[in-house]
Design a protein around this ligand. Structure first.
Ligand code: AMP
Ligand code: GLY
Length: 381
């Protein structure tokens, strides 16, 4: 049975008919569209923020203004709906220029421009409708130098529980080359986010965010995924996602020792303080196998044979697959996430690629270097 998620009445009716006891609103579009509110109003327990709280992902300007009010470390910025004002504001920054369409743009709303001319062209594109409604406002930011890492926190609006760290690999090619993607692989934990840094992220970024949202009448419930830049002055917020992230979710779920459903229900019911949330200390690493052509137009329909992957070894998460006459075929850009656990990033990487090599997917490809930064550090180079 397939439901149209934009049809809230249909989703609510389905939940009532089947007596659904928990809905997890996963992607950003239905969150920003307020599906959680419609379900909650109908008495259906929901894991995921309200429309107002999902602005933390849905509007970059909203998040920047919140950081300014709450004193949260982030890049200096200008937010404007005026093309003239935006052009004039460029003079207050220097190259590289960071330009962001305010709204959801399927991960394509950020432009890093090396020259003033490129920045002006990107602004013209944004205000000219190149990013649809998302570009009605733009945010211009200071460029931050450092290594990127992600931190996850669960919250019921009041209680906050750490859900670990991860690092992903956004570029399509080995050595972080080529165009950006939704993520070609990830590992968790990210040792670069030391316990000391995680404590700072909690105290300086996550706690003030959750407190301010609550105090301003938009309590945030769900998972808060903080994209961070580890700068010489400390961790700074790049952006929030209002969801687990793909492929970050796969590595976090591999590490979860506790039962997931009671945790999600505790968030939904405002009872996170009593929930048990334990993560394994081992590393999980996932390699995304994509269909050739991704992140452009992916080849659809390519056959996949998983029979060589040992059932007790790695776990293969399906993302863009379907069954055609009993055969597993590719049906999307990012098709599989092949995931393994190990005592170190190096070991998890080795086990994940051993499994990747047993996947028979001739029209697919993957990066061969997921985890490279940490593997180099573990080798001491
Ligand atoms: P986002 O879609 O907001 O995650 O941004 C995409 C990527 O752009 C981030 O993962 C960073 O690599 C980069 N980025 C965004 N904002 C900044 C910034 N202020 N300074 C440096 N890099 C940034
Ligand atoms: N992998 C990043 C995201 O899901 O937004």
């Amino acid at each position: 049975m397939s439901l149209e998620v934009t049809n809230h009445a249909a989703v609510v009716a389905f939940c009532a008919e089947r007596g659904i006891g928990l809905v997890v609103v996963g992607p950003e579009a239905p969150l920003v569209d307020g599906l959680s509110d419609s379900l909650r109003a109908a008495g259906v327990p929901v894991f995921g923020p309200s429309q107002a709280a999902a602005q933390l992902e849905g509007s970059k300007g909203f998040t920047k203004d919140l950081c300014a009010r709450a004193g949260i470390p982030t890049a200096g910025y200008v937010r404007t709906a005026s093309h003239d004002e935006a052009r004039a504001a460029l003079a207050r920054f220097s190259a590289p220029y960071v330009l962001k369409a305010d709204g959801l743009a399927a991960g394509k709303g950020v432009v890093i421009a090396e020259t003033l001319e490129e920045a002006e062209a990107a602004l013209a594109d944004m205000f000219g409708g190149g990013f649809g409604a998302a570009g009605a406002q733009v945010v211009i930011e200071e460029f931050m130098e450092g290594e990127e890492a992600s931190f996850f926190a669960l919250t019921d609006g009041t209680t906050i529980v750490s859900f670990g760290s991860a690092q992903d690999h956004k570029r399509v090619g080995d050595g972080d080359t080529g165009p950006n993607t939704g993520g070609m692989g990830a590992y968790s934990p990210a040792p670069v986010l030391t316990p000391e840094l995680q404590a700072r992220v909690m105290a300086e970024i996550i706690e003030p965010t959750v407190r301010t949202m609550r105090e301003e009448g938009n309590p945030y419930q769900g998972v808060l995924f903080a994209g961070l830049m580890l700068t010489p002055e400390g961790p700074k917020l790049i952006e929030y996602n209002a969801r687990f992230g793909d492929p970050e979710c796969q590595v976090l779920m591999m590490r979860l020792k506790s039962d997931l459903v009671p945790i999600l229900l505790a968030c939904a019911h405002g009872e996170l303080a009593g929930a048990e949330v334990a993560l394994r200390s081992e590393t999980a690493l996932t390699v995304v196998m994509a269909a050739k052509g991704y992140p452009g137009t992916p080849e659809k329909g390519g056959a996949i044979d998983l029979s060589g992957v040992e059932p007790d070894g790695a776990k293969v998460f399906h993302a863009g697959t379907s069954l055609k006459d009993g055969t597993l075929v590719a049906n999307g850009g990012r098709v599989l996430a092949v995931t393994a656990m190990g005592a170190s990033v190096t070991e998890a990487q080795r086990l994940a690629y051993e499994a990747v090599d047993k996947v028979n997917f001739p029209s697919g490809f993957c990066r061969r270097d997921i985890g490279w930064r940490e593997v180099a550090r573990e080798r001491g180079v």
